[in-house]
Design a protein around this ligand. Structure first.
Ligand SMILES: Cc1cc2nc3c(=O)[nH]c(=O)nc-3n(C[C@H](O)[C@H](O)[C@H](O)COP(=O)(O)OP(=O)(O)OC[C@H]3O[C@@H](n4cnc5c(N)ncnc54)[C@H](O)[C@@H]3O)c2cc1C
Length: 427
């Protein structure tokens, strides 16, 4: 095993972990992408902290009893020990190097941690193309670029896969007769990219992105310099930020009618929002639902007139103007409630429903970029037909760019166009 790491079995736990002044354990599994993402970081940090902290790896499947005893139920899981006692946070899933360093630093006197930080070497990696974002757009760009023999690195602040990885079932992506669990679809895309030679930096901190000079810093110590950059960082639903939203997202609260509408056949739905996407999505949901109640904060809809005419003519739809949601509650499967406030009277009431769709807009993930970029009125990146942004050599693909419809197929198409354009320019 490379780095200053010992692979141990349960029998050595007492000696190698409890018996040491300071120790860290990585419980890993095979066929585990987040474990692979962690392995490189763990190895690299063992070279820095390894003389002061005992770095240990334990194969979880081979040491199930110990894992159960330590409450380790996911891979990877990282645990920290000081003088035989478990300390600090338990890290699991897509573990950031910065979180790992925080746990390691906490085991050491502050001066020692500082001394070790000063020893961290800055490295420079060169690539033909760096793709920011490993969702469908970024992975597709990666596949095409690698197939054109271009040295390509996909950088993702989380584990690659994007939204698809968290989508329960995808039934509209061509090539599969049966609906696919989103997790599997994104896994296939990631594996295909890897098989074609794409390199990954997964679950990393991204900083100092300089689009003009085509470089960025990953995890604070690796500068990646590229000839071209593809921005495929996607967007995220604008949250309402009210109680119950985080808890029930994906369990009764949805942000995508195309994806989840079919699960509400003959059911009652509440839709939050009165803009274009809300009204158009409500018209789509009306194909499935028995009844739709739209909750909207203003006294008129903000959607285009044609959509408004259609929604007013739809018998299944009621609109509660001048109301705002204040809380989501769940009473059981397909039994929820939205607490709404009448903005005129301040009165609160509870609306029972089978599910809620929130359409109060999306936010493009562009916070990491400081360069001046041309955006549309909603803050999405403008591109040419070939997906190039206003900055030469910087392309955008997928949900982050301006477009009418945001789907996996359209993200994949953008990634393809950007990559073919780049391949023609670089080869
Ligand atoms: C709940 C839900 C369900 C959906 N279901 C369907 C469906 O059934 N069918 C369908 O066709 N479409 C569906 N969609 C839409 C579809 O998922 C998106 O259109 C598609 O994922 C867009 O791909 P993308 O690659 O542009 O972005 P994303 O999938 O959002 O991927 C972006 C990636 O960029 C990474 N990232 C973010 N910021 C940074 C940064 N600063 N640096 C590096 N990386 C970064 C993220 O971690 C993420 O991995 C659904 C959307 C939602 C919200």
């Amino acid at each position: 095993m490379a780095g200053k790491i010992k692979e141990i079995q349960a029998a050595d736990f007492e000696k190698e972990v409890l018996g040491k002044e300071r120790a860290v354990i990585d419980f890993y599994s095979t066929e585990c992408p987040p474990c692979e993402a962690l392995a490189a970081k763990y190895e690299n940090l063992s070279m820095i902290y390894g003389d002061d902290i005992n770095f240990v790896k334990i194969f979880r499947q081979g040491n199930k009893d110990l894992a159960a005893e330590l409450d380790v139920s996911g891979s990877p899981t990282v645990l920290f020990y000081e003088n035989g006692k478990r300390v600090g946070k338990t890290l699991t899933g897509g573990i950031l190097r910065s979180d790992l360093m925080e746990g390691l630093d906490a085991l050491l006197p502050a001066e020692k941690a500082e001394e070790l930080h000063a020893k961290i070497e800055q490295v420079v990696t060169n690539a033909d193309t760096v793709v920011l974002g490993g969702g469908p757009a970024g992975l597709t760009a990666g596949i095409y670029l690698a197939q054109a023999h271009l040295n390509t690195i996909v950088v993702d602040t989380a584990l690659p896969g994007g939204y698809v990885a968290t989508t329960h079932q995808v039934s509209n992506y061509p090539g599969f007769v049966e609906p696919q669990p989103g997790m599997m679809l994104s896994h296939y895309m990631g594996e295909q990219a890897k098989a074609n030679g794409v390199k990954f930096r997964s679950a990393v901190d991204v900083s100092k992105v300089d689009l003009l000079n085509k470089n960025l810093v990953v995890d604070g110590y690796e500068t990646i310099e590229a000839k071209k950059i593809v921005i495929a960082t996607g967007s995220r639903p604008r949250p309402l930020d009210i109680p119950g939203e985080k808890e029930y997202a994906g369990q009764g609260i949805s942000y995508c009618a195309t994806c989840d509408g079919k699960y509400f056949e003959d059911k009652e739905i509440i839709v939050i929002g009165g803009g274009n996407s809300s009204i158009e999505e409500s018209l789509f949901l009306s194909k499935f639902a028995k009844k739709i109640t739209i909750v909207h904060q203003f006294d008129t809809l903000q959607a285009n007139k044609e959509a408004q005419n259609k929604i007013f003519a739809d018998d299944k739809v009621d609109i509660m103007f001048e109301h705002e949601p204040r809380e989501f509650k769940k009473y059981g499967n397909m039994d929820m409630a939205v607490v709404v406030e009448n903005l005129k009277t301040g009165e609160l009431s509870e609306l029972r429903t089978n599910g809620v769709f929130v359409f109060v807009g999306f936010i493009p993930n562009l916070e990491v970029f400081n360069d001046e970029m041309e955006l549309d009125q909603w803050g999405y990146l403008k591109t040419s037909e070939t997906m190039e942004t206003n900055i030469p050599g910087v392309f955008a693909a997928g949900d982050v760019r301006t477009k009418q419809y945001r789907q996996i197929t359209t993200a994949v198409a953008d990634g393809t166009i950007a990559a073919i354009t780049i391949s023609k320019e670089l080869t």
